[in-house]
Ligand binder design. Sequence first.
Ligand code: PLP
Length: 413
Amino acid sequence: MSAKNIATTAVRAGINTDQHHGAVVAPIHLSSTYSLKGFNDKRQFDYSRTGNPTRATFGQAIADLEGGAVGIVTSTGMSAVHLLCQLLSVGEKVVIPHDCYGGSYRLFTHLAKRGQFEVIVVDQSDAEQLSKALAEQPKLVLIETPSNPLLRLVDIRAIAQQAHAVGAIVAVDNTFLSPVLQQPIALGADIVFHSTTKYINGHSDVVGGVLVAKEKELGEELAWWANCIGITGSAFDSFLALRGLKTLPLRMKQHQENAQSVAEFLATHPAIKQVYFPGLANHPNHELAQQQQQGFGAMLSFEVKGGVEAVKALFANLELFTLAQSLGGVESLISHPSTMTHAGMEIEAQLEAGITQSLVRVSVGLEDINDILTDLNNGLNASQHGQKVTSLQNDYAKKTPQFRVSSSQAAVW
Ligand code: PLP
């Protein structure tokens, strides 16, 4: 899928597919079961766990956007990760990044403890660690780039080449960027997966997942397992996610424009120790992001001066941002990875991955950028003085000299 026609593919997904009434939008099929035409004479669908028309339309749309052969829609992002585990037999090995999503880390390490397979946790940006892990001939290599929550990047093409050389299957978690900003299959991955709970649905009203296989055969094997273990997504969630998908290219454009302004603002704020955002020129993977991605995304994290007490004061003084897990919705969310998204990782593993108590993660939403920056500024100022700021004024932002906004946003001030 070229970047040129991605918006068309997203908008047109499922349009004009209704054979019976000519409904323009793909209808929602809630029926759990389908009649046979006659004895042993099945139609395309027979039972909704196995196959459902609405889910099939959504799965095909994501497969088209990711450039793969088969899209399997699952009940959650974690069930998509669990589906990957079905590729592993006892004694086989999987390599996972040390800074992957906490839930993925928890699933792989706990299933490994029960002996279902062996897990090798590595910092994939460390060439020596990675080669050592690949020398163990893993069956599966999991990549997550940019990583959650520190926005570190790894080179998908290079890792896929090395992994393929030892016969491994390469699966990439593309949740943070969506197919609009990164297409891992074109970079050499065999499988791409998402928590569709995030950008793909985009409205924080669906929990879902999807897994796309480049090759039909691998896709069919995974679809067989998805039905077998019963983790396929519902028709209603598929309908909502398909609806969300249609505005994905447009949303991503505005999300990342807002995020760039937030990152530039944070980088100059006196309450900030460090900002992690690949769109900043001083980010260690800025160049790789330019090569591998079609944009920098809208997730960022930062460390605030003053430790966890400053984090608490920041959260207590925000009015627009919502303190909540998750990401990728139209609304701006803020979270504390150590006690929230990454609580599934032992504290030692968190520190190993660089997740400190002063780390804050932000999912930059689509609110007006003035309001986003005003809220952050008030919260950060209060985080250093331990005071609760009241009666915010919108024009406060305009008068505050330490704001620095990207040139694309300057006109609104
Ligand atoms: N992968 C990433 C990068 C995530 O951030 C998440 C959830 O936050 C998941 C997978 C799991 O998805 P879900 O919460 O839909 O099960």
